[in-house]
Write a protein that binds this ligand. Structure first.
Ligand code: PBG
Length: 322
């Protein structure tokens, strides 16, 4: 039937029917809040380009997690800012590393909080690249060994999930093998499978002090123009044992999220990254947009595209409205 018998506006007329037939519902349990932790005591350094986000010392991070848990946040993703860096990032595997300390403290105070540990070397290397440099580029195979050790160390500290964000080939298999050999068969791996070489990571690199000192990440992160390649990355990570696959960033890659969800029957995560967050905050500060409505619309669109899990710095603002 077509117009005038069919009128789609009939079901839009009342809030009741709009509420009844809404297809995509955002839930608090879908959201993950990323947090930054550094050494020291009683520190909460605001991240200039990311209003409402801080580099916390472990004590303040733990308090912040208690506050988030009180608001209904169920999961956090931790990034460390170490006080020393080295050539290979091996320092990230130290049992007393900054993220290891943070995990132990958060889990002690808030055992219910699901703590995801990002695994990458860029915050821990003096050159800011995600692995060991050999002949001017990141060497894949020696890097994955460091990532496997870092993962095991974070697991030993009590992480609930390991999330490798380095984009080396074969790292999911290496991490899975190392975790299993240490008895962590039940610890899930959420892989940043299709992570693009994106300008949207700018504010994060200020927050995590992880910008590369030379060159860029184009030899290991994906070309923003590619979608077939994203599906190959996802397929390989699933074969290697990933429990959840991720597309990152989210907003400029909704088509990729959608394609991944349609092609694979596995939980999909999307990372609503720092640059996406900062643009919203900046426009809101200028009074040019309605932040609350925009944030809901953005997160709903990421879910509608096919993401089951959304990692977003907006989590702490929107959680009480869900
Ligand atoms: C580390 C990492 C990055 C992000 C998450 N993990 C930065 C990068 O690849 O340079 C970006 C997150 C964000 O922008 O919010 N490899």
């Amino acid at each position: 039937m077509s117009f005038p018998v069919t009128r789609l506006r009939r079901l839009r007329k009342s809030a009741a029917t709009r509420n009844m037939i809404r297809e995509t519902m955002l839930r608090g349990a879908n959201l993950v809040m990323p947090l930054f932790v550094r050494h020291g005591k009683n520190i909460s350094n605001p991240v200039g380009s990311m209003p409402g986000n801080y580099q916390f010392s472990v004590d303040r991070l733990t308090e912040h997690c208690s506050m988030l848990a009180g608001k209904g946040v169920q999961a956090v993703l931790l990034f460390g800012i170490p006080d020393q860096k080295d050539e290979t990032g091996e320092i990230a595997s130290s049992p007393d590393g900054i993220v290891q300390q943070a995990i132990r403290s958060v889990k002690k105070e808030n055992p219910e909080m699901f703590v995801i540990a990002d695994v990458c070397n860029c915050e821990y290397t003096v050159h800011g690249h995600c692995g060991t440099i050999l002949s001017g580029d990141v060497d894949n195979d020696s890097t994955i060994a460091t990532l496997a050790r870092q993962s095991a160390s974070l697991a030993e500290a009590g992480a609930d999930m390991i999330a490798p964000s380095d984009m080396m080939d074969g790292r999911v298999a290496a991490i899975r093998k190392e975790l299993d050999s240490k008895g962590f068969h039940n610890l899930p791996v959420m892989s940043y499978s299709a992570k693009y070489s994106s300008a949207f990571y700018g504010p994060f690199r200020e927050a995590a002090e992880s910008a590369p000192k030379f060159g860029d990440r184009a030899t290991y992160q994906m070309d923003p123009a590619n979608k077939d390649e994203a599906l190959r990355e996802i397929g390989l990570d699933i074969e290697e044992g990933a429990d959840i696959v991720m597309v990152k960033p989210a907003l400029s890659y909704l088509d990729v999220i959608n394609e991944v969800k349609s092609n694979f029957n596995i939980p999909v995560a999307a990372y609503n990254v720092s640059g996406e967050f900062s643009m919203v905050k900046a426009a809101a500060e200028k009074g040019w947009i309605d932040e609350r409505r925009i944030v809901r619309e953005i997160l709903t669109s990421i879910k509608r595209a096919g993401a089951d899990i959304i990692i977003s710095y907006h989590t702490q603002d929107i959680i009480t409205e869900l």
